[in-house]
Design a protein around this ligand. Structure first.
Ligand SMILES: [Zn+2]
Length: 410
């Protein structure tokens, strides 16, 4: 059996940075050993940058890839959401030759390009939100590992059963397609996973929350959390800017109960079924809410994961998430790119660079943990991904940190 050997100024093993070491993998790129430079022998490939395990993208919406450059930056969240709702159906664009491209083809082409971009830049697993099964075929041929979060939108209790049924059928299409693919991906299809998840506190009715809780016992799920202060208004007063979004869906007033509490304190108690819950964004999450959520999770047997999508936050609201507070309260932090509707690229290396730029006091080693071992653990794939340890198939990625770019080595 042959070996591959990689040397760089720094090698990150999923937990710590090492210097003067060489990474040895087997022929197919699986981790073998991290050895001192002097013991590495011949045929070592020297590289510029930081060598890391394959990167974990904990939050993406692959199906929205055709919205690249469609929604302008800094519109604010409410305007942004209205744009996604009204523009997500791909519109025909004049192609270079002047002919019109079929909107469905345009969508699929964008998904193919985005999957390839993530594969090439060294992302090995993705927590991917979808309201449709548009990505099923591409995922079935992908070498990336997918945690499909089939995202429910269901504003009223009256429609809860019907909506859940619809999204269960979407989940079924994804699962069937990923398991029956006759193309052998590097990642066996059985390792992909699919769960039904709530979109956000401002789009899920109480009964829908209850149904999702019942359907997701011990599963990994996700919810967009406190991306805008108006989310709290909805539950504290029943008013606020979200009413504008509801109008598009034909609702004149908030369909949710006024609890007098913040949104997270109003909706997290719907869950008590052993779930791991990704809280995504958290840009308007106050310290009291972080403390409360961690205590509630502990008492209810839930695991909370705080997912940062800093470039999306800058794109939409020109804000950054409360990372110092999350660290202060020992939150389990992971990183996501969000989608092309709110990002300039789908690159975890770029997210790392942006976090480092806005929070220069956080050690790079810590941010790299979020991007690798923490992400793998949150997705419950840490026995295979996220670190250089014997038996892992984590892949090997090279990050050029100062440029915010990365590339897959194995
Ligand atoms: Zn999102």
């Amino acid at each position: 059996m042959g070996f591959k050997k990689f040397r760089a100024k720094q090698i990150f093993d999923g937990y710590r940075l090492h210097e003067n070491k060489v990474l040895v993998t087997d022929d197919s790129g699986h981790f073998e050993a991290l050895v001192p430079d002097n013991d590495a022998g011949d045929d070592v490939q020297g590289l510029e940058g930081i060598i890391t395990p394959g990167l974990i993208n904990c939050h993406c919406h692959l199906e929205l890839s055709h919205l690249k450059n469609v929604i302008p930056p800094h519109t604010g969240l409410i305007e942004f959401l209205c744009s996604v709702v009204t523009k997500r159906e791909a519109s025909p664009n004049p192609s270079e030759g002047g002919a019109y491209e079929d909107p469905e083809e345009k969508k699929i082409r964008a998904i193919i390009d985005a999957e390839k971009e993530m594969y090439d830049n060294g992302i090995v697993a993705v927590g991917d939100i979808g309201n449709t099964a548009d990505t099923a075929l591409i995922k079935s041929q992908s070498k990336i590992r997918w945690q499909n979060f089939v995202e429910v939108l269901s504003f009223t209790d009256e429609k809860a059963d019907e909506n859940i049924k619809h999204f269960q059928s979407v989940a079924e299409i994804l699962e069937t397609q990923l398991q029956t693919s006759n193309i052998k991906p590097a990642c066996p299809a059985g390792r992909h996973r699919t769960s039904i998840v709530p979109h956000a506190p401002y789009s899920i009715s109480p009964k829908t929350f209850q149904l999702i809780n019942q359907l997701t016992k011990n599963q990994v799920i996700s919810i967009h959390n406190q991306e805008h202060p108006a989310e709290n208004d909805l539950y504290q007063t029943g008013g606020g800017e979200y009413l504008k979004l509801f109008k598009i869906f034909g609702l004149d007033h908030s369909p949710f109960p006024v609890t007098g509490k913040t949104s997270i304190q109003s909706v997290l108690p719907y869950f008590n079924n052993g779930q791991t819950i990704f809280l995504v964004h958290n840009t308007s999450m106050a310290e009291e809410d972080i403390i409360w959520a961690n205590e509630y999770a502990e008492s209810a047997g839930l695991k909370l994961v705080y997912c940062l999508c800093i470039n999306a936050n800058l794109y939409i609201e020109n804000k950054v998430p409360p990372i110092d507070l999350l660290m202060k309260h020992n939150c389990h932090i992971v990183i996501g790119t969000d989608s092309y509707s709110s990002n300039w690229q789908l690159s975890i290396a770029k997210e790392i660079e942006t976090i480092h730029k806005h929070f220069p006091h956080i050690p790079l080693e810590t941010i790299l943990q979020w991007a690798t071992s923490n992400g793998a653990k949150a997705l419950q794939w840490d026995d295979e991904l996220g670190s250089f340890e014997k038996g892992r198939e984590s892949g090997v990625t090279l990050i050029k940190h100062n440029q915010g770019v990365s590339q897959r080595l194995t």
